[in-house]
Write a protein that binds this ligand. Structure first.
Ligand SMILES: C[S@@+](CC[C@H](N)C(=O)[O-])C[C@H]1O[C@@H](n2cnc3c(N)ncnc32)[C@H](O)[C@@H]1O
Length: 304
Protein backbone atom coordinates (compact mmCIF):
# COMPACT_ATOMS: atom_id res chain seq x y z
CA UNK A 1 0.00 0.00 0.00
CA UNK A 2 2.76 2.43 1.05
CA UNK A 3 4.65 1.63 -2.15
CA UNK A 4 1.54 2.47 -4.17
CA UNK A 5 1.10 5.83 -2.38
CA UNK A 6 4.75 6.75 -3.10
CA UNK A 7 4.19 5.86 -6.74
CA UNK A 8 1.00 8.00 -6.88
CA UNK A 9 2.74 10.88 -5.10
CA UNK A 10 5.52 10.79 -7.70
CA UNK A 11 2.91 10.84 -10.50
CA UNK A 12 1.23 13.92 -8.99
CA UNK A 13 4.60 15.69 -8.70
CA UNK A 14 5.26 14.85 -12.35
CA UNK A 15 1.91 16.35 -13.38
CA UNK A 16 2.80 19.53 -11.48
CA UNK A 17 6.38 19.77 -12.72
CA UNK A 18 5.82 22.85 -14.86
CA UNK A 19 5.53 26.52 -13.80
CA UNK A 20 2.68 26.94 -16.32
CA UNK A 21 0.66 24.12 -14.75
CA UNK A 22 1.26 25.62 -11.30
CA UNK A 23 0.02 28.98 -12.61
CA UNK A 24 -3.07 27.24 -14.02
CA UNK A 25 -3.79 25.75 -10.58
CA UNK A 26 -3.31 29.15 -8.97
CA UNK A 27 -5.83 30.67 -11.41
CA UNK A 28 -8.37 28.00 -10.48
CA UNK A 29 -8.05 28.57 -6.74
CA UNK A 30 -11.15 30.81 -6.64
CA UNK A 31 -13.36 28.50 -8.72
CA UNK A 32 -13.81 26.92 -12.11
CA UNK A 33 -12.78 28.72 -15.29
CA UNK A 34 -13.35 28.12 -19.00
CA UNK A 35 -10.48 27.54 -21.43
CA UNK A 36 -11.12 31.03 -22.87
CA UNK A 37 -10.86 32.64 -19.43
CA UNK A 38 -7.65 30.78 -18.68
CA UNK A 39 -6.09 31.74 -22.04
CA UNK A 40 -6.76 35.41 -21.31
CA UNK A 41 -5.64 35.26 -17.69
CA UNK A 42 -2.39 33.46 -18.39
CA UNK A 43 -1.62 34.98 -21.79
CA UNK A 44 -1.07 31.53 -23.36
CA UNK A 45 -1.93 30.18 -26.78
CA UNK A 46 -4.98 27.90 -26.64
CA UNK A 47 -3.04 24.90 -28.03
CA UNK A 48 -0.32 25.27 -25.41
CA UNK A 49 -2.85 25.70 -22.60
CA UNK A 50 -4.80 22.63 -23.76
CA UNK A 51 -1.65 20.46 -23.58
CA UNK A 52 -1.05 21.49 -19.98
CA UNK A 53 -4.71 21.07 -19.04
CA UNK A 54 -4.68 17.55 -20.51
CA UNK A 55 -1.71 16.61 -18.28
CA UNK A 56 -3.46 18.03 -15.20
CA UNK A 57 -6.61 16.16 -16.11
CA UNK A 58 -4.78 12.87 -16.68
CA UNK A 59 -3.14 13.32 -13.29
CA UNK A 60 -6.64 13.80 -11.82
CA UNK A 61 -5.62 17.19 -10.47
CA UNK A 62 -8.40 18.99 -12.33
CA UNK A 63 -11.84 17.90 -13.48
CA UNK A 64 -13.95 19.24 -16.32
CA UNK A 65 -17.53 20.19 -16.93
CA UNK A 66 -19.00 20.84 -20.35
CA UNK A 67 -21.63 23.58 -20.79
CA UNK A 68 -22.65 24.08 -24.43
CA UNK A 69 -19.49 24.76 -26.39
CA UNK A 70 -17.46 25.65 -23.30
CA UNK A 71 -15.39 23.33 -21.16
CA UNK A 72 -14.87 24.46 -17.57
CA UNK A 73 -11.95 23.29 -15.46
CA UNK A 74 -11.83 23.11 -11.69
CA UNK A 75 -9.50 21.73 -9.05
CA UNK A 76 -10.48 18.14 -8.27
CA UNK A 77 -9.67 18.41 -4.57
CA UNK A 78 -9.20 21.82 -2.84
CA UNK A 79 -6.60 20.20 -0.55
CA UNK A 80 -4.29 20.29 -3.57
CA UNK A 81 -4.24 24.12 -3.31
CA UNK A 82 -3.47 23.88 0.41
CA UNK A 83 -0.57 21.53 -0.39
CA UNK A 84 0.79 23.95 -3.02
CA UNK A 85 0.46 26.87 -0.58
CA UNK A 86 2.42 25.00 2.10
CA UNK A 87 5.16 24.28 -0.40
CA UNK A 88 5.14 27.94 -1.44
CA UNK A 89 5.58 28.95 2.19
CA UNK A 90 8.63 26.68 2.42
CA UNK A 91 10.04 28.38 -0.68
CA UNK A 92 9.36 31.85 0.73
CA UNK A 93 11.27 30.84 3.82
CA UNK A 94 14.15 29.61 1.69
CA UNK A 95 14.13 32.88 -0.26
CA UNK A 96 14.13 34.87 2.98
CA UNK A 97 17.10 32.80 4.21
CA UNK A 98 18.96 33.46 0.94
CA UNK A 99 18.28 37.13 1.30
CA UNK A 100 19.66 37.21 4.80
CA UNK A 101 22.82 35.64 3.42
CA UNK A 102 23.07 38.14 0.59
CA UNK A 103 22.54 40.97 3.07
CA UNK A 104 25.31 39.68 5.24
CA UNK A 105 27.66 39.38 2.31
CA UNK A 106 26.86 42.78 0.94
CA UNK A 107 27.44 46.02 2.72
CA UNK A 108 24.72 47.54 0.56
CA UNK A 109 21.11 47.73 1.59
CA UNK A 110 18.61 45.76 -0.52
CA UNK A 111 16.43 48.82 -1.12
CA UNK A 112 17.13 51.51 -3.67
CA UNK A 113 19.79 53.77 -2.19
CA UNK A 114 17.76 56.90 -2.59
CA UNK A 115 14.08 57.01 -3.28
CA UNK A 116 12.72 60.24 -4.55
CA UNK A 117 9.24 61.41 -3.67
CA UNK A 118 7.15 63.08 -6.33
CA UNK A 119 8.09 66.80 -6.47
CA UNK A 120 5.16 68.95 -5.35
CA UNK A 121 5.93 71.67 -7.87
CA UNK A 122 5.10 69.16 -10.61
CA UNK A 123 1.74 68.09 -9.19
CA UNK A 124 -0.18 69.59 -12.17
CA UNK A 125 1.40 66.87 -14.33
CA UNK A 126 -0.42 64.19 -12.33
CA UNK A 127 -3.83 65.19 -13.63
CA UNK A 128 -2.80 66.64 -16.98
CA UNK A 129 -4.58 66.06 -20.31
CA UNK A 130 -1.20 64.75 -21.54
CA UNK A 131 -1.34 61.93 -18.96
CA UNK A 132 -4.99 61.17 -19.76
CA UNK A 133 -3.91 60.60 -23.37
CA UNK A 134 -1.39 57.97 -22.22
CA UNK A 135 -3.65 56.24 -19.70
CA UNK A 136 -7.42 56.19 -19.42
CA UNK A 137 -8.05 55.97 -15.63
CA UNK A 138 -11.61 54.56 -15.82
CA UNK A 139 -10.63 51.81 -18.27
CA UNK A 140 -7.54 50.93 -16.24
CA UNK A 141 -9.54 50.56 -13.01
CA UNK A 142 -12.07 48.29 -14.72
CA UNK A 143 -9.28 46.09 -16.17
CA UNK A 144 -7.81 45.81 -12.66
CA UNK A 145 -11.10 44.29 -11.46
CA UNK A 146 -12.43 47.10 -9.27
CA UNK A 147 -16.21 46.91 -9.03
CA UNK A 148 -19.27 48.61 -7.51
CA UNK A 149 -19.69 48.12 -3.76
CA UNK A 150 -16.00 47.54 -3.02
CA UNK A 151 -13.99 49.26 -0.28
CA UNK A 152 -10.76 50.45 -1.91
CA UNK A 153 -7.72 52.18 -0.39
CA UNK A 154 -6.05 54.48 -2.96
CA UNK A 155 -2.67 54.79 -1.29
CA UNK A 156 -0.35 57.50 -2.56
CA UNK A 157 -3.46 59.04 -4.13
CA UNK A 158 -1.75 62.37 -4.98
CA UNK A 159 -4.23 64.94 -6.31
CA UNK A 160 -6.74 62.22 -7.20
CA UNK A 161 -6.14 61.22 -10.83
CA UNK A 162 -7.60 57.81 -9.91
CA UNK A 163 -9.49 58.70 -6.71
CA UNK A 164 -12.36 60.43 -8.49
CA UNK A 165 -12.97 57.72 -11.12
CA UNK A 166 -12.58 55.14 -8.32
CA UNK A 167 -15.35 56.85 -6.33
CA UNK A 168 -17.67 56.70 -9.38
CA UNK A 169 -16.80 53.05 -10.04
CA UNK A 170 -17.38 51.73 -6.49
CA UNK A 171 -20.58 53.81 -6.27
CA UNK A 172 -22.67 54.75 -3.26
CA UNK A 173 -22.47 51.29 -1.70
CA UNK A 174 -18.69 51.30 -2.00
CA UNK A 175 -16.03 53.42 -0.30
CA UNK A 176 -12.71 54.95 -1.27
CA UNK A 177 -10.07 55.70 1.34
CA UNK A 178 -7.65 58.14 -0.27
CA UNK A 179 -4.33 58.22 1.60
CA UNK A 180 -1.13 60.13 1.00
CA UNK A 181 1.87 61.23 3.05
CA UNK A 182 1.70 64.69 1.47
CA UNK A 183 -0.65 67.23 3.09
CA UNK A 184 -0.38 69.47 0.03
CA UNK A 185 -1.61 66.75 -2.34
CA UNK A 186 -4.54 66.08 -0.01
CA UNK A 187 -5.55 69.78 0.05
CA UNK A 188 -6.02 69.70 -3.73
CA UNK A 189 -7.82 66.39 -3.52
CA UNK A 190 -10.27 67.64 -0.86
CA UNK A 191 -11.16 70.63 -3.09
CA UNK A 192 -11.89 68.32 -6.00
CA UNK A 193 -14.02 66.02 -3.85
CA UNK A 194 -16.07 68.94 -2.58
CA UNK A 195 -16.48 70.34 -6.08
CA UNK A 196 -17.69 66.97 -7.38
CA UNK A 197 -19.89 66.49 -4.26
CA UNK A 198 -18.55 62.97 -3.65
CA UNK A 199 -19.78 61.39 -0.41
CA UNK A 200 -18.01 58.04 -0.59
CA UNK A 201 -14.40 59.25 -0.29
CA UNK A 202 -12.53 59.57 3.01
CA UNK A 203 -9.23 61.45 2.82
CA UNK A 204 -6.47 60.19 5.12
CA UNK A 205 -3.06 61.59 5.93
CA UNK A 206 -0.82 58.54 6.18
CA UNK A 207 2.75 57.88 7.24
CA UNK A 208 5.44 56.15 5.20
CA UNK A 209 4.47 52.63 6.36
CA UNK A 210 1.38 53.30 8.43
CA UNK A 211 -2.08 53.89 6.99
CA UNK A 212 -4.78 54.98 9.46
CA UNK A 213 -7.25 52.19 8.67
CA UNK A 214 -8.53 49.23 10.67
CA UNK A 215 -7.35 45.68 9.98
CA UNK A 216 -9.14 43.89 7.12
CA UNK A 217 -11.01 47.06 6.17
CA UNK A 218 -10.59 46.96 2.38
CA UNK A 219 -11.13 44.62 -0.56
CA UNK A 220 -8.47 46.34 -2.70
CA UNK A 221 -5.36 48.41 -2.10
CA UNK A 222 -4.75 50.49 -5.20
CA UNK A 223 -1.25 51.87 -5.77
CA UNK A 224 -0.59 54.02 -8.80
CA UNK A 225 2.87 55.33 -9.61
CA UNK A 226 3.96 55.11 -5.98
CA UNK A 227 5.65 51.75 -5.34
CA UNK A 228 8.86 53.11 -6.86
CA UNK A 229 8.77 55.88 -4.20
CA UNK A 230 8.68 53.54 -1.19
CA UNK A 231 11.45 53.69 1.36
CA UNK A 232 11.02 50.17 2.66
CA UNK A 233 8.91 47.89 0.51
CA UNK A 234 8.75 45.02 3.02
CA UNK A 235 7.32 47.23 5.78
CA UNK A 236 4.88 48.87 3.41
CA UNK A 237 3.53 45.60 1.99
CA UNK A 238 3.25 44.20 5.51
CA UNK A 239 0.99 47.16 6.31
CA UNK A 240 -1.12 46.42 3.21
CA UNK A 241 -1.52 42.81 4.33
CA UNK A 242 -2.95 44.18 7.58
CA UNK A 243 -5.53 46.38 5.80
CA UNK A 244 -6.72 43.78 3.34
CA UNK A 245 -9.60 41.42 3.92
CA UNK A 246 -8.88 37.71 3.42
CA UNK A 247 -8.29 37.14 -0.30
CA UNK A 248 -8.16 40.93 -0.72
CA UNK A 249 -6.14 42.22 -3.65
CA UNK A 250 -3.47 44.77 -4.46
CA UNK A 251 -3.81 46.52 -7.80
CA UNK A 252 -0.67 48.28 -8.96
CA UNK A 253 -0.06 50.60 -11.86
CA UNK A 254 3.53 51.55 -12.64
CA UNK A 255 5.56 53.07 -15.44
CA UNK A 256 7.29 50.58 -17.74
CA UNK A 257 11.06 50.80 -17.68
CA UNK A 258 11.13 52.41 -21.15
CA UNK A 259 11.54 56.05 -22.18
CA UNK A 260 8.20 57.89 -22.05
CA UNK A 261 6.97 61.50 -22.34
CA UNK A 262 5.97 61.51 -18.62
CA UNK A 263 6.99 59.51 -15.56
CA UNK A 264 9.89 59.17 -13.11
CA UNK A 265 13.54 58.80 -14.20
CA UNK A 266 14.19 55.41 -15.86
CA UNK A 267 16.63 54.24 -13.19
CA UNK A 268 13.97 54.65 -10.48
CA UNK A 269 11.29 52.65 -12.28
CA UNK A 270 10.42 49.07 -11.42
CA UNK A 271 10.09 46.60 -14.30
CA UNK A 272 7.11 44.25 -14.35
CA UNK A 273 9.29 41.20 -13.62
CA UNK A 274 10.92 42.97 -10.64
CA UNK A 275 7.46 44.01 -9.38
CA UNK A 276 6.28 40.40 -9.50
CA UNK A 277 9.34 39.34 -7.49
CA UNK A 278 8.66 42.03 -4.89
CA UNK A 279 5.04 40.92 -4.52
CA UNK A 280 5.85 37.23 -4.28
CA UNK A 281 8.53 37.95 -1.70
CA UNK A 282 5.89 39.80 0.30
CA UNK A 283 3.51 36.84 0.24
CA UNK A 284 1.14 37.97 -2.50
CA UNK A 285 0.11 35.63 -5.33
CA UNK A 286 0.14 37.16 -8.79
CA UNK A 287 -3.42 37.09 -10.12
CA UNK A 288 -2.99 38.90 -13.42
CA UNK A 289 -0.80 41.37 -15.27
CA UNK A 290 -1.68 43.66 -18.12
CA UNK A 291 -0.48 46.41 -20.45
CA UNK A 292 -2.13 49.74 -19.75
CA UNK A 293 -1.49 51.91 -22.77
CA UNK A 294 1.99 52.17 -24.24
CA UNK A 295 3.88 53.22 -21.11
CA UNK A 296 2.19 51.67 -18.08
CA UNK A 297 1.56 48.17 -16.81
CA UNK A 298 -0.87 46.80 -14.24
CA UNK A 299 -0.53 43.94 -11.78
CA UNK A 300 -3.19 42.43 -9.55
CA UNK A 301 -2.00 40.23 -6.69
CA UNK A 302 -3.98 38.37 -4.04
CA UNK A 303 -3.13 38.44 -0.33
CA UNK A 304 -1.62 34.98 0.12
C1 LIG B 1 3.73 60.00 -8.55
S1 LIG B 1 2.57 60.38 -7.33
C2 LIG B 1 1.17 59.43 -7.90
C3 LIG B 1 -0.12 59.96 -7.41
C4 LIG B 1 -1.36 59.16 -7.86
N1 LIG B 1 -1.35 57.83 -7.37
C5 LIG B 1 -1.46 59.17 -9.36
O1 LIG B 1 -1.29 58.13 -10.01
O2 LIG B 1 -1.74 60.24 -9.90
C6 LIG B 1 3.10 59.47 -5.93
C7 LIG B 1 2.33 59.82 -4.67
O3 LIG B 1 2.65 58.84 -3.68
C8 LIG B 1 2.79 59.50 -2.45
N2 LIG B 1 3.58 58.63 -1.58
C9 LIG B 1 4.89 58.31 -1.67
N3 LIG B 1 5.23 57.43 -0.71
C10 LIG B 1 4.12 57.17 -0.01
C11 LIG B 1 3.80 56.34 1.10
N4 LIG B 1 4.74 55.59 1.68
N5 LIG B 1 2.54 56.28 1.56
C12 LIG B 1 1.56 57.07 0.99
N6 LIG B 1 1.78 57.89 -0.05
C13 LIG B 1 3.05 57.93 -0.56
C14 LIG B 1 3.45 60.82 -2.81
O4 LIG B 1 3.26 61.80 -1.80
C15 LIG B 1 2.71 61.16 -4.11
O5 LIG B 1 1.55 61.91 -3.85
Amino acid sequence: MEEKIFQMHAEVCKSLSSPIRLKILNSLREGEKSVEELTKLLGLRKANLSQHLAILRQGRIVTTRRAGLNIYYKIANPKMIKACDILKEVLFEQLAENEKLVKKMSAQNQYPKKVHKFPLEMKEKLDSPERKKLLNPEKALISLGIKAGMAVADIGCGTGFFTLPLACLVGEKGKVFAADISKEMLIDLRERIEKEKLHNVEVLLSQENKIPLKAKEVHYCFLSAMVHELENRDLFFRELRRLLKDKGKIAIIEWKKVPSPLGPPLEERISLSMMKEILIKNKFCIHKTMELGQYNYGVVAVRG
